[in-house]
Write a protein that binds this ligand. Structure first.
Ligand code: NAD
Ligand code: DAU
Length: 347
Protein backbone atom coordinates (compact mmCIF):
# COMPACT_ATOMS: atom_id res chain seq x y z
CA UNK A 1 0.00 0.00 0.00
CA UNK A 2 1.40 3.38 -1.01
CA UNK A 3 1.80 5.96 1.77
CA UNK A 4 0.91 9.51 0.75
CA UNK A 5 1.69 12.59 2.80
CA UNK A 6 -1.13 15.01 2.03
CA UNK A 7 -0.38 18.49 3.36
CA UNK A 8 -3.21 20.96 3.95
CA UNK A 9 -5.66 18.06 3.95
CA UNK A 10 -8.08 19.85 6.29
CA UNK A 11 -8.69 22.65 3.78
CA UNK A 12 -11.24 22.86 1.00
CA UNK A 13 -9.46 20.95 -1.80
CA UNK A 14 -7.11 18.87 0.38
CA UNK A 15 -10.03 17.43 2.37
CA UNK A 16 -11.81 16.44 -0.85
CA UNK A 17 -8.62 14.68 -1.96
CA UNK A 18 -8.25 12.88 1.41
CA UNK A 19 -11.88 11.70 1.25
CA UNK A 20 -11.25 10.45 -2.29
CA UNK A 21 -8.04 8.56 -1.45
CA UNK A 22 -9.56 7.04 1.69
CA UNK A 23 -12.58 5.90 -0.32
CA UNK A 24 -10.32 4.09 -2.82
CA UNK A 25 -8.79 1.90 -0.09
CA UNK A 26 -5.48 1.92 -2.02
CA UNK A 27 -3.46 4.34 0.09
CA UNK A 28 -2.29 5.01 3.61
CA UNK A 29 -2.87 8.73 4.11
CA UNK A 30 -0.95 10.98 6.47
CA UNK A 31 -2.64 14.36 6.64
CA UNK A 32 -0.33 17.12 7.91
CA UNK A 33 -2.21 20.35 8.53
CA UNK A 34 -1.50 23.36 10.72
CA UNK A 35 -5.23 24.03 11.22
CA UNK A 36 -5.05 27.71 10.36
CA UNK A 37 -8.38 29.54 10.10
CA UNK A 38 -8.92 27.67 6.78
CA UNK A 39 -8.24 24.16 8.11
CA UNK A 40 -11.34 22.48 9.44
CA UNK A 41 -11.51 18.93 10.77
CA UNK A 42 -15.29 18.98 10.30
CA UNK A 43 -14.45 18.48 6.59
CA UNK A 44 -13.00 15.07 7.44
CA UNK A 45 -15.63 13.58 9.74
CA UNK A 46 -16.40 10.84 7.21
CA UNK A 47 -12.80 9.52 7.23
CA UNK A 48 -11.52 10.26 10.74
CA UNK A 49 -11.95 6.65 11.89
CA UNK A 50 -10.62 5.12 8.68
CA UNK A 51 -7.83 2.63 9.59
CA UNK A 52 -5.47 3.96 6.91
CA UNK A 53 -5.95 7.63 7.74
CA UNK A 54 -3.76 9.53 10.24
CA UNK A 55 -4.03 13.21 11.12
CA UNK A 56 -1.02 15.19 12.35
CA UNK A 57 -1.33 18.82 13.39
CA UNK A 58 1.79 20.68 12.32
CA UNK A 59 3.55 23.10 10.03
CA UNK A 60 5.05 22.11 6.65
CA UNK A 61 7.92 24.43 7.60
CA UNK A 62 8.78 22.33 10.68
CA UNK A 63 11.77 20.30 9.44
CA UNK A 64 12.13 18.18 12.59
CA UNK A 65 8.50 17.12 12.36
CA UNK A 66 8.85 16.37 8.63
CA UNK A 67 11.91 14.17 9.26
CA UNK A 68 10.01 12.28 11.94
CA UNK A 69 6.99 11.72 9.67
CA UNK A 70 9.10 10.52 6.73
CA UNK A 71 10.96 8.06 8.98
CA UNK A 72 7.94 6.86 10.95
CA UNK A 73 5.55 6.37 8.03
CA UNK A 74 7.97 5.69 5.15
CA UNK A 75 6.30 8.27 2.94
CA UNK A 76 6.21 7.38 -0.80
CA UNK A 77 4.50 10.47 -2.18
CA UNK A 78 3.88 14.05 -1.14
CA UNK A 79 0.85 15.96 -2.42
CA UNK A 80 1.39 19.52 -1.24
CA UNK A 81 -1.89 21.41 -0.88
CA UNK A 82 -0.85 23.36 2.23
CA UNK A 83 -0.90 27.05 1.51
CA UNK A 84 -2.23 30.42 2.40
CA UNK A 85 -4.73 30.57 -0.45
CA UNK A 86 -6.72 33.81 -0.39
CA UNK A 87 -5.59 36.67 -2.65
CA UNK A 88 -7.23 39.41 -0.53
CA UNK A 89 -5.41 38.20 2.60
CA UNK A 90 -2.11 38.17 0.69
CA UNK A 91 -2.58 41.87 -0.06
CA UNK A 92 -2.98 42.55 3.69
CA UNK A 93 -0.21 40.20 4.94
CA UNK A 94 2.24 38.95 2.26
CA UNK A 95 4.77 37.60 4.81
CA UNK A 96 2.62 34.68 5.95
CA UNK A 97 2.26 33.66 2.27
CA UNK A 98 6.03 33.63 1.77
CA UNK A 99 6.50 31.66 5.00
CA UNK A 100 4.09 28.83 4.15
CA UNK A 101 3.90 28.81 0.37
CA UNK A 102 7.60 29.33 -0.36
CA UNK A 103 9.62 28.37 2.71
CA UNK A 104 7.22 25.60 3.70
CA UNK A 105 7.43 24.07 0.23
CA UNK A 106 11.22 24.28 0.36
CA UNK A 107 11.28 22.44 3.70
CA UNK A 108 9.11 19.69 2.20
CA UNK A 109 11.33 19.40 -0.89
CA UNK A 110 14.51 19.24 1.23
CA UNK A 111 13.01 16.55 3.46
CA UNK A 112 11.80 14.50 0.52
CA UNK A 113 15.24 14.56 -1.12
CA UNK A 114 16.98 13.65 2.11
CA UNK A 115 14.68 10.71 2.84
CA UNK A 116 14.10 9.37 -0.67
CA UNK A 117 17.71 9.35 -1.95
CA UNK A 118 19.20 5.88 -2.16
CA UNK A 119 22.74 7.18 -1.87
CA UNK A 120 24.26 9.90 0.33
CA UNK A 121 26.39 11.15 -2.59
CA UNK A 122 24.97 14.65 -3.20
CA UNK A 123 25.34 14.34 -6.96
CA UNK A 124 23.43 11.06 -7.12
CA UNK A 125 20.05 11.17 -8.89
CA UNK A 126 18.98 7.75 -7.62
CA UNK A 127 15.72 7.84 -5.66
CA UNK A 128 13.66 5.10 -4.10
CA UNK A 129 11.49 3.61 -6.89
CA UNK A 130 7.94 4.93 -7.17
CA UNK A 131 8.38 8.08 -5.09
CA UNK A 132 6.84 11.34 -6.29
CA UNK A 133 6.44 14.96 -5.15
CA UNK A 134 3.28 16.60 -6.46
CA UNK A 135 3.11 20.36 -6.04
CA UNK A 136 -0.47 21.65 -6.20
CA UNK A 137 -0.25 25.02 -7.90
CA UNK A 138 -2.61 27.44 -9.57
CA UNK A 139 -3.36 29.12 -12.90
CA UNK A 140 -2.73 32.46 -11.14
CA UNK A 141 1.03 31.95 -11.57
CA UNK A 142 0.52 32.83 -15.26
CA UNK A 143 -0.87 36.30 -14.41
CA UNK A 144 -3.82 37.78 -16.29
CA UNK A 145 -5.18 37.30 -19.84
CA UNK A 146 -6.74 39.85 -22.16
CA UNK A 147 -10.12 39.11 -23.77
CA UNK A 148 -8.68 36.22 -25.82
CA UNK A 149 -6.13 33.42 -25.43
CA UNK A 150 -5.56 30.60 -22.94
CA UNK A 151 -2.86 29.66 -20.43
CA UNK A 152 -0.80 26.70 -21.64
CA UNK A 153 1.90 24.90 -19.67
CA UNK A 154 4.42 26.93 -21.70
CA UNK A 155 2.97 30.32 -20.72
CA UNK A 156 5.63 32.19 -18.72
CA UNK A 157 5.01 32.86 -15.02
CA UNK A 158 3.86 36.46 -14.54
CA UNK A 159 2.17 36.56 -11.12
CA UNK A 160 0.39 39.76 -10.09
CA UNK A 161 -0.52 39.31 -6.40
CA UNK A 162 1.62 38.39 -3.38
CA UNK A 163 -0.36 35.11 -3.29
CA UNK A 164 0.34 34.19 -6.90
CA UNK A 165 3.97 35.35 -6.60
CA UNK A 166 4.44 33.01 -3.63
CA UNK A 167 2.90 30.11 -5.56
CA UNK A 168 5.05 30.87 -8.62
CA UNK A 169 8.14 31.01 -6.38
CA UNK A 170 7.28 27.58 -4.97
CA UNK A 171 6.81 26.20 -8.50
CA UNK A 172 10.17 27.57 -9.60
CA UNK A 173 11.89 26.10 -6.54
CA UNK A 174 10.28 22.71 -7.17
CA UNK A 175 11.30 22.88 -10.83
CA UNK A 176 14.88 23.79 -9.86
CA UNK A 177 15.00 20.89 -7.37
CA UNK A 178 13.85 18.52 -10.12
CA UNK A 179 16.50 19.89 -12.49
CA UNK A 180 19.36 19.99 -9.97
CA UNK A 181 18.67 17.06 -7.66
CA UNK A 182 16.47 14.93 -9.93
CA UNK A 183 13.55 14.70 -7.50
CA UNK A 184 10.57 13.03 -9.27
CA UNK A 185 8.16 15.95 -9.60
CA UNK A 186 4.80 16.93 -11.04
CA UNK A 187 3.24 20.38 -10.82
CA UNK A 188 -0.49 20.87 -11.39
CA UNK A 189 -1.98 24.29 -12.15
CA UNK A 190 -5.73 24.44 -11.76
CA UNK A 191 -8.28 27.16 -12.34
CA UNK A 192 -10.87 28.36 -9.77
CA UNK A 193 -12.51 25.59 -7.74
CA UNK A 194 -15.99 25.52 -6.25
CA UNK A 195 -18.00 22.92 -4.35
CA UNK A 196 -18.84 21.73 -0.81
CA UNK A 197 -16.70 22.74 2.20
CA UNK A 198 -15.20 25.86 0.61
CA UNK A 199 -14.35 28.50 3.21
CA UNK A 200 -16.86 31.37 2.99
CA UNK A 201 -14.25 34.02 2.16
CA UNK A 202 -14.13 32.89 -1.50
CA UNK A 203 -16.56 34.25 -4.11
CA UNK A 204 -19.15 31.45 -4.38
CA UNK A 205 -19.60 30.43 -0.70
CA UNK A 206 -19.41 34.09 0.40
CA UNK A 207 -22.22 35.03 -2.00
CA UNK A 208 -24.31 32.03 -0.92
CA UNK A 209 -23.81 32.86 2.78
CA UNK A 210 -24.65 36.54 2.33
CA UNK A 211 -27.72 35.70 0.23
CA UNK A 212 -28.96 33.35 2.96
CA UNK A 213 -28.62 36.20 5.47
CA UNK A 214 -30.04 38.86 3.10
CA UNK A 215 -26.84 40.93 3.50
CA UNK A 216 -25.21 42.81 0.58
CA UNK A 217 -23.21 40.83 -1.97
CA UNK A 218 -19.89 42.71 -2.47
CA UNK A 219 -18.95 42.58 -6.16
CA UNK A 220 -15.49 44.03 -6.79
CA UNK A 221 -15.50 46.81 -9.41
CA UNK A 222 -17.69 46.17 -12.45
CA UNK A 223 -17.90 42.39 -11.74
CA UNK A 224 -16.94 41.58 -15.33
CA UNK A 225 -13.71 39.79 -14.36
CA UNK A 226 -13.64 36.26 -15.72
CA UNK A 227 -12.62 33.07 -13.94
CA UNK A 228 -12.55 29.51 -15.36
CA UNK A 229 -14.51 27.31 -12.92
CA UNK A 230 -14.02 23.65 -12.02
CA UNK A 231 -15.79 21.47 -9.46
CA UNK A 232 -13.44 20.47 -6.63
CA UNK A 233 -14.11 16.74 -7.21
CA UNK A 234 -13.01 17.10 -10.84
CA UNK A 235 -9.84 18.84 -9.66
CA UNK A 236 -9.10 16.03 -7.18
CA UNK A 237 -9.72 13.35 -9.81
CA UNK A 238 -7.21 15.11 -12.05
CA UNK A 239 -4.61 15.29 -9.26
CA UNK A 240 -5.08 11.56 -8.57
CA UNK A 241 -4.47 10.83 -12.27
CA UNK A 242 -1.31 12.95 -12.27
CA UNK A 243 -0.10 11.24 -9.09
CA UNK A 244 -0.55 7.80 -10.62
CA UNK A 245 0.19 8.36 -14.30
CA UNK A 246 1.67 11.82 -14.79
CA UNK A 247 5.01 11.81 -16.60
CA UNK A 248 7.78 12.69 -14.15
CA UNK A 249 9.00 16.26 -14.54
CA UNK A 250 5.82 17.50 -16.25
CA UNK A 251 3.47 20.37 -15.48
CA UNK A 252 -0.27 19.73 -16.06
CA UNK A 253 -2.83 22.52 -16.39
CA UNK A 254 -6.27 21.56 -15.04
CA UNK A 255 -9.47 23.29 -16.11
CA UNK A 256 -12.90 22.56 -17.50
CA UNK A 257 -13.34 25.20 -20.25
CA UNK A 258 -15.85 27.05 -18.14
CA UNK A 259 -15.34 30.80 -18.24
CA UNK A 260 -17.87 32.91 -16.33
CA UNK A 261 -18.00 36.59 -15.34
CA UNK A 262 -18.27 37.11 -11.56
CA UNK A 263 -21.47 39.12 -11.93
CA UNK A 264 -23.16 36.29 -13.87
CA UNK A 265 -22.28 33.83 -11.11
CA UNK A 266 -23.62 36.13 -8.41
CA UNK A 267 -26.89 36.61 -10.33
CA UNK A 268 -27.22 32.84 -10.86
CA UNK A 269 -26.79 32.19 -7.11
CA UNK A 270 -29.48 34.81 -6.35
CA UNK A 271 -31.81 33.16 -8.89
CA UNK A 272 -31.28 29.68 -7.41
CA UNK A 273 -32.02 31.02 -3.93
CA UNK A 274 -34.92 33.16 -5.17
CA UNK A 275 -33.35 36.36 -3.79
CA UNK A 276 -33.49 39.86 -5.36
CA UNK A 277 -30.64 41.34 -7.44
CA UNK A 278 -30.95 44.46 -5.28
CA UNK A 279 -28.70 42.61 -2.80
CA UNK A 280 -25.77 43.14 -5.21
CA UNK A 281 -23.44 45.91 -4.06
CA UNK A 282 -20.59 47.06 -6.31
CA UNK A 283 -17.64 47.84 -4.01
CA UNK A 284 -14.07 49.09 -4.47
CA UNK A 285 -12.05 46.84 -6.76
CA UNK A 286 -9.31 44.48 -5.48
CA UNK A 287 -5.88 46.17 -5.95
CA UNK A 288 -4.09 44.67 -8.97
CA UNK A 289 -7.19 42.59 -9.80
CA UNK A 290 -6.52 40.08 -12.61
CA UNK A 291 -9.12 40.55 -15.36
CA UNK A 292 -9.34 37.09 -16.89
CA UNK A 293 -8.04 33.54 -16.38
CA UNK A 294 -8.64 30.65 -18.80
CA UNK A 295 -6.95 27.26 -19.02
CA UNK A 296 -5.93 25.25 -22.05
CA UNK A 297 -6.47 21.69 -20.78
CA UNK A 298 -5.29 19.88 -23.95
CA UNK A 299 -2.31 18.21 -22.29
CA UNK A 300 -4.14 16.52 -19.41
CA UNK A 301 -7.17 15.57 -21.51
CA UNK A 302 -5.06 13.97 -24.26
CA UNK A 303 -2.21 12.47 -22.23
CA UNK A 304 -4.12 11.27 -19.16
CA UNK A 305 -7.63 11.19 -20.69
CA UNK A 306 -8.99 13.14 -17.73
CA UNK A 307 -12.38 14.85 -18.27
CA UNK A 308 -14.49 16.91 -15.87
CA UNK A 309 -17.64 15.09 -14.78
CA UNK A 310 -19.63 18.17 -13.67
CA UNK A 311 -21.23 20.81 -15.82
CA UNK A 312 -21.06 24.21 -14.12
CA UNK A 313 -24.84 24.64 -13.97
CA UNK A 314 -25.40 21.29 -12.23
CA UNK A 315 -22.31 21.68 -10.03
CA UNK A 316 -23.31 25.17 -8.86
CA UNK A 317 -26.88 24.04 -8.11
CA UNK A 318 -25.54 21.05 -6.09
CA UNK A 319 -23.15 23.35 -4.25
CA UNK A 320 -25.89 25.81 -3.28
CA UNK A 321 -27.97 22.85 -2.07
CA UNK A 322 -25.02 21.53 -0.06
CA UNK A 323 -24.70 24.87 1.76
CA UNK A 324 -28.46 24.91 2.41
CA UNK A 325 -28.21 21.39 3.87
CA UNK A 326 -25.12 22.22 5.94
CA UNK A 327 -25.94 25.51 7.62
CA UNK A 328 -24.50 24.11 10.90
CA UNK A 329 -21.08 23.68 9.18
CA UNK A 330 -21.27 27.26 7.93
CA UNK A 331 -22.37 28.65 11.30
CA UNK A 332 -19.55 26.91 13.18
CA UNK A 333 -17.13 28.74 10.87
CA UNK A 334 -18.74 32.14 10.82
CA UNK A 335 -19.19 32.06 14.62
CA UNK A 336 -15.51 31.02 15.11
CA UNK A 337 -16.65 28.04 17.24
CA UNK A 338 -14.29 25.57 15.53
CA UNK A 339 -11.25 27.75 16.24
CA UNK A 340 -12.20 27.85 19.94
CA UNK A 341 -12.34 24.05 19.85
CA UNK A 342 -8.84 23.80 18.31
CA UNK A 343 -7.51 26.21 20.93
CA UNK A 344 -8.76 23.86 23.66
CA UNK A 345 -7.77 20.58 21.92
CA UNK A 346 -4.38 21.44 20.44
CA UNK A 347 -3.30 24.42 22.54
P1 NAD B 1 -7.54 26.35 1.84
O1 NAD B 1 -7.13 27.71 2.30
O2 NAD B 1 -8.98 25.97 1.93
O3 NAD B 1 -6.73 25.25 2.66
C1 NAD B 1 -5.36 25.38 2.96
C2 NAD B 1 -5.03 24.35 4.03
O4 NAD B 1 -3.62 24.43 4.31
C3 NAD B 1 -5.75 24.59 5.37
O5 NAD B 1 -6.24 23.37 5.87
C4 NAD B 1 -4.65 25.14 6.28
O6 NAD B 1 -4.86 24.83 7.65
C5 NAD B 1 -3.42 24.44 5.72
N1 NAD B 1 -2.17 25.15 6.00
C6 NAD B 1 -1.93 26.49 5.86
N2 NAD B 1 -0.65 26.76 6.23
C7 NAD B 1 -0.09 25.57 6.60
C8 NAD B 1 1.21 25.21 7.06
N3 NAD B 1 2.18 26.11 7.22
N4 NAD B 1 1.44 23.91 7.34
C9 NAD B 1 0.47 22.97 7.19
N5 NAD B 1 -0.78 23.27 6.78
C10 NAD B 1 -1.06 24.56 6.48
O7 NAD B 1 -6.99 26.21 0.37
P2 NAD B 1 -7.60 25.44 -0.88
O8 NAD B 1 -8.52 26.34 -1.60
O9 NAD B 1 -8.06 24.11 -0.45
O10 NAD B 1 -6.29 25.29 -1.79
C11 NAD B 1 -5.43 24.18 -1.63
C12 NAD B 1 -4.26 24.30 -2.60
O11 NAD B 1 -4.76 24.36 -3.93
C13 NAD B 1 -3.43 25.57 -2.40
O12 NAD B 1 -2.08 25.24 -2.60
C14 NAD B 1 -3.92 26.50 -3.51
O13 NAD B 1 -2.89 27.37 -3.91
C15 NAD B 1 -4.26 25.51 -4.59
N6 NAD B 1 -5.33 25.93 -5.54
C16 NAD B 1 -6.52 26.40 -5.07
C17 NAD B 1 -7.53 26.72 -5.97
C18 NAD B 1 -8.87 27.24 -5.51
O14 NAD B 1 -9.69 27.65 -6.34
N7 NAD B 1 -9.19 27.22 -4.22
C19 NAD B 1 -7.30 26.59 -7.35
C20 NAD B 1 -6.05 26.13 -7.79
C21 NAD B 1 -5.09 25.79 -6.86
O1 DAU C 1 -7.46 30.70 -10.08
C1 DAU C 1 -7.19 29.87 -9.00
C2 DAU C 1 -7.29 30.66 -7.72
O2 DAU C 1 -8.67 30.91 -7.50
C3 DAU C 1 -6.67 29.95 -6.52
O3 DAU C 1 -5.30 29.78 -6.74
C4 DAU C 1 -6.92 30.73 -5.23
O4 DAU C 1 -6.44 29.99 -4.12
C5 DAU C 1 -8.42 30.94 -5.08
O5 DAU C 1 -8.66 31.75 -3.93
C6 DAU C 1 -8.99 31.62 -6.33
O6 DAU C 1 -8.52 32.98 -6.44
P1 DAU C 1 -9.51 34.16 -6.86
O7 DAU C 1 -8.94 35.44 -6.38
O8 DAU C 1 -9.87 34.04 -8.29
O9 DAU C 1 -10.80 33.72 -5.98
P2 DAU C 1 -11.86 34.58 -5.13
O10 DAU C 1 -12.96 33.63 -4.78
O11 DAU C 1 -11.21 35.34 -4.04
O12 DAU C 1 -12.39 35.60 -6.20
C7 DAU C 1 -13.00 35.17 -7.40
C8 DAU C 1 -13.37 36.41 -8.19
O13 DAU C 1 -14.43 37.08 -7.50
C9 DAU C 1 -12.25 37.43 -8.29
O14 DAU C 1 -12.35 38.08 -9.56
C10 DAU C 1 -12.56 38.43 -7.18
C11 DAU C 1 -14.08 38.41 -7.13
N1 DAU C 1 -14.66 38.68 -5.79
C12 DAU C 1 -14.23 37.92 -4.74
C13 DAU C 1 -14.75 38.12 -3.48
C14 DAU C 1 -14.27 37.30 -2.30
C15 DAU C 1 -15.65 39.63 -5.64
O15 DAU C 1 -16.06 40.30 -6.61
N2 DAU C 1 -16.17 39.82 -4.39
C16 DAU C 1 -15.76 39.12 -3.29
O16 DAU C 1 -16.27 39.38 -2.17
Amino acid sequence: MRTVLVTGGAGFIGSCFVRKLAGSGLYRIINLDLLTYAGNLDNLKSVEKHPNYHFVKGDIGDRLLLDRLFAEYEIDSVVNFAAESHVDRSIEDPASFIRTNVMGTQALLDTAIKNWKLCTDKSSRAYRPGVKFLQVSTDEVYGALGPTGLFTEESPPAPNSPYSASKAAADLLARAYAHTYGIPLNITRCSNNYGPYQFPEKLIPLMINNSLHNTPLPVYGDGLQIRDWLHVEDHCNAIAEVLERGRVGEIYNIGGNCERANLDIVKTILRILDKPESLISHVKDRPGHDRRYAIDNTKITTELEWRPAYTFDAGLRDTVEWYLDNTAWLERITSGEYMDYYGKTYG
